[in-house]
Design a protein around this ligand. Structure first.
Ligand SMILES: NC(=O)c1ccc[n+]([C@@H]2O[C@H](COP(=O)([O-])OP(=O)(O)OC[C@H]3O[C@@H](n4cnc5c(N)ncnc54)[C@H](OP(=O)(O)O)[C@@H]3O)[C@@H](O)[C@H]2O)c1
Length: 281
């Protein structure tokens, strides 16, 4: 794909790491965003060696913190005035209820608010590219969920890790839909995907019982290599240039749940997310 400038969040492990490797192999200039600088430096060195691509750098940010999102957006913008591809991949599930530094439920903060804020802060750079792409890793887990605007991040009621995760992944799809609509006058496209059930480190940042659940489940899971295929497809394949507002599984555009197709919910989520992140437009 030539000298494209590509950012992958959560690129130090799992699906994001493989997505980053594929992008590096394609000759792109690559920026990896994650929270652990030591691990990031190691991954950059490994990728440079494995792919013979020296144009790879690391940006440190704990994406659950809005201040970190703001500062990393500035660093990314300063590094290059145009951004061809933003892969919003970082995400997690938290077994116990946690609050983010900004006072939001942690799953919602990391999986949705950071995606919303980072993408919006990089708008000028994406618009400057020749057909910029925003690719967001959602999940089939959104099915069975809906948003409750009286308690959007779910911090008031009793906590369920699964319900919090479902809510955040539904938000990814609604965000993608609304982004495609709001940015339709630009040449930027926005798509999201379910990667499959992937044997990554997902779920291991939780307590022992939860980790065991994921370890057993992973016997049936696909590899991160396979899991990254749809992200890579949406980030780089010519066949999806111009395609926007879609939800993909196995590289095919499919319908998400009814709740994920509700235009009013998408609009309202956008307005609330503006307020929560302190953005004005
Ligand atoms: N695995 C699945 O079956 C599955 C299914 C559907 C959707 N997904 C989605 O796929 C995406 C990637 O998941 P994965 O399975 O590859 O997970 P993973 O192996 O746990 O990797 C997650 C990546 O995100 C980074 N990250 C986590 N918290 C962060 C934070 N606060 N700030 C910055 N970076 C952070 C991690 O960094 P560290 O290296 O520091 O931990 C790591 O690089 C997620 O959005 C997930 O919801 C996964």
């Amino acid at each position: 794909m030539g000298q494209k400038w590509v950012i992958v969040t959560g690129a130090t492990d799992g699906i994001g790491l493989i997505t980053a490797r594929r992008m590096a192999e394609s000759g792109a200039s690559l920026g990896l965003v994650a929270r652990n600088a030591e691990k990031g430096a190691r991954v950059v060195e490994d990728l440079k060696r494995e792919t013979n691509n020296s144009d790879i750098r690391f940006f440190k940010a704990d994406l659950s913190k809005l201040d970190d999102v703001r500062s990393v957006a500035e660093e990314i913008s300063a590094a290059n005035p145009q951004l061809d591809v933003l892969v919003n991949n970082a995400g997690a599930m938290f077994v116990g209820k946690q609050m983010s530094a900004d006072g939001f439920e942690m799953t919602f903060a990391l999986n949705h608010l950071s995606v919303f804020l980072l993408t919006n802060l990089l708008k000028d750079q994406l618009v400057s590219a020749d057909g910029g792409r925003v690719v967001t890793v959602a999940s089939m887990a959104h099915r069975g969920s809906d948003l409750n605007f009286a308690d959007l991040d779910g911090q008031k009621g009793s906590y369920s890790a699964w319900r919090a995760y479902q809510r955040s992944k539904l938000a990814n799809i609604l965000f993608t839909r609304e982004l495609a609509d709001r940015w339709k006058e630009t040449r930027v496209t926005a798509n999201c995907l379910h990667p499959g059930f992937v044997a990554s480190r997902f779920g291991e940042n939780n307590n022992a019982a939860f980790s065991t659940f994921f370890k057993v489940g992973k016997i049936f899971a696909i590899s991160p290599e396979k899991g990254a295929e749809t992200s890579v497809h949406l980030a780089s394949d010519e066949s999806v240039a111009g395609e926007t507002g879609g939800y993909f599984i196995k590289k095919k555009r499919v319908q998400p749940s009814r709740a994920a197709r509700n235009a009013d919910t998408a609009k309202r989520l956008w307005e609330e997310s503006l307020r929560m992140t302190g953005l004005t437009t």
